[in-house]
Ligand binder design. Structure first.
Ligand SMILES: NC(=O)c1ccc[n+]([C@@H]2O[C@H](COP(=O)([O-])OP(=O)(O)OC[C@H]3O[C@@H](n4cnc5c(N)ncnc54)[C@H](OP(=O)(O)O)[C@@H]3O)[C@@H](O)[C@H]2O)c1
Length: 315
């Protein structure tokens, strides 16, 4: 079910007329050469030295896709991420063909710490800068079924929160060397307090509770990180983008859409580019808002941080 983390930065040669010709020529020439030349792979798209770089996790669909496209139209280099390669490559193709920005796609399943680590290591190897990290990937409340990640943890807690914690810490050296940089954690108004006696929700499970717990954990992480990074010129914020946008997770849950994806993307983009805002906050759309009380409970935050460090191996 899970696939290895890998980067896909070019279309299959058969999909491009120019490359098809190159492939035919290479095949023809191979008939005449003792060593067989391969059709040369297209060079991966790279940012220029003065181009800003953003990673948008979960940008193969929905809100993340719209944010990635907007960054592309603003000239950014966008790292598109998700599990679905076909949808990921469609976003990359759209950004690369529209310009002025450009993009690459990386596949990594956030339900696997091994894939998150491989993804983070690839990015550290291949990118010298990272101006913005949008932690947007998420798995919704449906199905109302307790699922378990590859690492044996409650699924939403790992996909929506623990992997965000791990990836963000792994990318911190690039965010630090690219200051002023920003981290945007896409959370939700759906927030359920964490029961530290049963974080993996083995009792009284519901998909809504699991989703809400993971989304509150993201906000608690945001507040902690903003404090830890004070003075570092890395702005960290979280937000509820908009209520019931017509995206995959909302449609799967059978909810009737109430907002547009554009409204949610406007709210994310404000946290990416606005000079009018400060870090360490939770926003409801475009305005600062109060999160669930547990987000302001320092003991609860310390417990969550210690647990997250233990489960991800991050110190
Ligand atoms: N829609 C709303 O009204 C709403 C409201 C509040 C907050 N949000 C938040 O907005 C964010 C974006 O969600 P969306 O509404 O745009 O939903 P969506 O269309 O379902 O998009 C979810 C994205 O996350 C990726 N993803 C899911 N599971 C993953 C996994 N295990 N590993 C890697 N990537 C994974 C998906 O990629 P693949 O399909 O390629 O795996 C997809 O790109 C989420 O964090 C969500 O909680 C949404």
């Amino acid at each position: 079910m899970s696939q290895d983390c890998h980067v896909v930065s070019e279309r299959s040669p058969a999909n491009s007329p120019g490359l098809t010709l190159a492939l035919i020529l290479a095949m023809l020439s191979s008939a005449f050469l003792t060593s067989t030349p391969q059709a040369s792979a297209q060079a991966p798209v790279r940012p220029t030295s003065d181009q800003q770089v953003a990673l948008v996790t979960g940008s193969t669909s929905g809100l993340g896709r719209e944010v990635a496209l907007r960054l592309g139209t603003m000239g950014w280099h966008v790292i598109v991420h998700g599990r679905n390669q076909e949808r990921g490559m469609q976003v990359v193709d759209e950004i690369n063909s529209q310009g002025p920005g450009n993009a690459r796609f990386y596949a990594a399943d956030l339900a696997s710490f091994a894939q998150v680590r491989e993804f983070g290591e690839s990015l550290l190897r291949e990118y010298e800068r990272m101006d913005v990290l949008v932690n947007n990937a998420g798995f919704g409340s449906a199905p109302n079924e307790r699922l378990v990640s590859e690492d044996g943890h409650e699924f939403r807690f790992q996909v929506n929160y623990l992997s965000t914690f791990l990836l963000t810490h792994m990318l911190m050296p690039r965010l630090r060397s690219s200051v002023p940089s920003r981290i945007v954690n896409v959370s939700s108004l759906a927030q359920s307090p964490i029961d530290f006696e049963d974080v993996m929700i083995e009792n009284n499970f519901s998909g809504g509770r699991a989703y809400g717990q993971s989304k509150l954990a993201q906000i608690m992480f945001t507040f902690d990180l903003a404090e830890e990074l004070e003075g570092a010129d890395i702005m960290v914020n979280s937000l509820h983008p908009a209520t019931y946008m017509p995206t995959g997770m909302v449609l799967r849950a059978g909810a009737r859409p109430r907002a547009t994806i554009d409204e949610g993307a406007d709210a994310v983009m404000q946290l990416v580019v606005s000079e009018e805002i400060e870090g360490g906050q939770f926003f409801r759309g475009l305005v600062p808002a109060r999160a669930n009380a547990q987000a302001y409970d320092m003991q609860a935050r310390a417990k969550l941080k210690a647990l997250s460090q233990e489960l991800t191996g991050i110190r």
